[in-house]
Each structure stands twice: as C-alpha cells, then as structure tokens.
Design a protein around this ligand. Structure first.
Ligand SMILES: [Ca+2]
Ligand SMILES: [Ca+2]
Length: 428
C-alpha cells in the first residue's frame, strides 16, 4: 500500500465518523442567509487534524498558522491551502476566505484575516483545506472545523502598562497584563505586538505560552527609537478551549530618552502632575518649587518662605527626575521638606502614568547643615522596582498630627498646610 492510498483510507474512515457527528450541525444550517458566496465547492468531510495556532498577527490581523508535517502532504508540487471562516459550524456562511499557494517544502502556512474582517460574534468557525492547482479541485480538510469563542467582558485581562498616552523611557518599555477570569489559569497563549504610529509598522512581536499565576509581561528586544509614538497590542487565547480575546487593547504611548543616556543632573527636572489640596488657604501653590536643588529660605515670621510647595492635606506633586535612579546599597533618594517633621510618602514609577509603587512614608525634615530644609531618605528596595524615573511625593502629615485632617485645623498652619516640599534628589 503506498502512502497516498493509505492516506485516502485513513481520511475516509475519519470522514465517516465526522459525518455522523455533524448531522446536527447540518440541520442548524437550513434556512440561513449566506453573507458571501464561496467560490469553492464544499470540501469533503474529514480532517487530517494538523496542528495550528491562532492569535493576532502583525498590526490587528487575526493570524492562523497551520503546520504541515514533513514532507507536506500533496499530490502535486504546486497546490494551495484555503482558509474559510464562517459564522456557523456547518461552514455554509462564509465570512472570509483566503487561499495561499504552497510548495512541497513549506512547513508553516500563514493566513492573515484583516482586522475589519474578523468576526465580532461571540463565536466563529474556521477550517483549512487544500485544493489542487490549477484545477482548484477541493481535497481533504487539513483541520477540523475549529470553533473559536470570544471571551466575555468579565473575562478580559487588564492591560496594566503602558497606560494610554503614557511616556516611557525607550529602554524600560514593558507590557504588563493582569490575567482575569478564564485567563487567570493556564494554559494561556499571550501575544504581544508593538507597532510604530501612525502607520502601524510592526517593530516587535512575540508569543508567550504560560500558566500565569500573576501579571504577564513582555519586554521588546532592543531599545525603541525615542520621540516616536507607538501602539501596543496584546491578545490572549486559552490553548485548550480556544477562547480568545477578539478586540485588541490599544495603548498609544511615546518613547522618551532612555535611562542609559538620560542625565540632566540628580534633581527633579519636570513637574508631571500635581494635586495640591487646601488651595483656598495655602500660600505656596507652585509645584515647580520642588524642581532643582534645595533653595528654600525663611524671610522671617510669620511664614514668609521662598522655594517650597505646600502639598495640602493628602496633596501630591509628581516629578520626572534628571536621571533614572537604580537601587543600590542603602538609601537611594532624598526628599527635602521645610519646616518641622511632616509626614511624606514616596511612590515611584518607570513611566509617567504609572503604575505607582509605594516606598512607604516617613517623618521628613531631619536637620541639614547649611540648608533651611531638612530631609528624609528612601530606599528603592522597599518597593522592589528599579530603576525608576518618576516620583510622586504625597503629604502624610496627618500621621504626625493625628486628627489634623482639616485645611484650617489649628495643628496645621493654614498658610503652609501639609508637607512643604523644597526638592527631590537622586543619591545615585
Ligand atoms: Ca537601596
Ligand atoms: Ca525648592
């Protein structure tokens, strides 16, 4: 028995079994409209059961890859594989169809369904089969009819970073996705894609198969060209049930100078955000006073100061540092705070929009020689994130003065409520 005859018998046997299973699907197909007519006859029942992958390809295309066994099954050197996508399990409703020429030495056959043709139903079906060229005679199905279900909204993993419209140092980009629902337990296939805006030119692409127990992350290879806007995509698929996320989560972010070349000194150089409180009573409301080296002065009582920003109760200022701060032995960064020992919390991040990791809080205002402001020091090891470029300084005065949560409380000077920040310094 030669290989072709053996193969034919195997396929016919499988086809008979498959046909018995599909009687129900055939009944379901009666009376439904056909959205787009097929140019190919219906392939015979049966399947060779070839392995495949499904996920997002370049840009926003749905990509289906069928792996042929060596040597590729064929009767002639030149033939084509056809993908048919349907909204129905009997495959009579063709939503999309694509043929790819295949040579005898081809291993992976890649189909790309354009983003605007990807079904948005809760489930769709697809099958790959081969046809002979040039007659376009249909031959055996290479895959079974695959049901691909789309995850419910409650099951969708959450993209943590980068946030939309974020700024990320070009050498610190990291996609982080928090698994949820059915995707919080494996086996799950994650695809990440990074594209340059606005042409959606693919920069990097990777698959990871994992059994996630926590956030899943992906770092593109190399350093991104800075100053460019990018879009990041991800998709997830359970490899056992074939449930996948159909809508791409898009993050548009900008690459800023990488840590390895960013050196504007050891102090904060830019105010990224501020959330000042008690602004109806505070006299010191310019967040830019936290930039540069410590320069606070007291011009004389009562409360005649220069060079500070009063945060107000629970207020904050977020700054970009002149250099990225890496965790080293001991303390790594210093906050200069003027007037008494007021509570200060420091949160750190690698990108402008977070996520933010707290280093805890401390009483802040240890005496400094030759300066008006005192200081407190923080260790990046307390938060476990390194290096960092963005710092958020938050007032925690309420801890040093229990009960002082009002902007006009007698424990809080209404002209300088909350911690009074003079400067922020990298000790590295
Ligand atoms: Ca340290
Ligand atoms: Ca200052």
């Amino acid at each position: 028995m030669n290989g072709y005859v053996w193969l034919s018998r195997l396929v016919r046997t499988i086809a008979l079994l498959a046909a018995l299973l599909r009687v129900g699907f055939g009944l379901m197909g009666m009376g439904c409209s056909v959205r787009e007519s097929s140019t190919l006859p219906t392939p015979p029942e049966g399947s060779l059961g070839l392995p495949y992958r499904i996920g997002w390809g370049e840009g926003a295309d749905l990509q289906i890859v069928v792996t042929l066994p060596p040597p590729a099954p064929h009767r002639k050197n030149a033939y084509a594989l056809t993908l048919r996508v349907s909204g129905r399990p009997d495959m009579q409703d063709t939503i999309y169809q694509e043929s790819v020429p295949v040579m005898s030495n081809t291993q992976d056959v890649i189909f790309r369904v354009p983003a605007d043709r990807v079904p948005r139903a809760t489930a769709f079906y697809w099958q790959v089969f081969w046809v002979d060229r040039p007659q376009d005679n249909p031959a055996w199905a290479l895959t079974e009819v695959v049901e691909t279900r789309i995850a419910m909204a409650s099951d969708r993993p959450t993209a943590v970073t980068p946030a939309d419209d974020d700024e990320v140092p070009a050498d610190l980009l990291r996609f982080v996705v928090e698994p949820k629902g059915a995707f919080a337990r494996g086996p799950v296939d994650y695809g990440f894609c990074l594209s340059r805006q606005p042409q959606l030119q693919t920069i990097d692409y990777a698959w990871q198969i994992s059994q996630p127990t926590g956030p899943v992350d992906f770092r593109p290879a190399g350093v991104l060209p800075e100053g460019t806007w990018y879009a990041g995509f991800y998709t997830v698929r359970r490899t056992d049930t074939q449930v996948l996320i159909s809508e791409l989560v898009v993050h548009r972010f900008r690459a800023i100078p990488p840590c390895r070349t960013w050196n504007q000194g050891v102090y904060a150089v830019r105010v990224v955000a501020s959330d000042l409180r008690c602004t109806d009573t505070s006299w010191y409301q310019s967040p830019h006073e936290a930039l540069g080296p410590p320069n606070a002065q007291a011009l004389g009582p009562p409360d005649q100061f220069l060079g500070i920003v009063s945060l107000g109760i629970d207020g904050s200022v977020t700054v970009e540092m002149g250099r990225c701060i890496s965790d080293g032995p001991g303390m790594d960064l210093r906050v200069y705070q003027a007037v008494s020992n007021e509570g200060v919390e420091v949160q750190v991040s690698q990108s402008r929009a977070g996520p933010w990791i707290s280093l805890g809080w401390d009483f802040c205002g240890e005496p400094t020689s030759g300066l008006f402001s005192g200081y407190c020091d923080f260790d990046l090891a307390w938060g476990g994130l390194s290096p960092v470029r963005f710092l958020r300084i938050i007032d925690r005065q309420r801890y040093s003065h229990p009960g002082s949560t009002s902007c006009t409380d007698w424990n809080v000077n209404p002209r300088t409520p909350g911690a009074d920040i003079d400067a922020v310094q990298s000790l590295r």
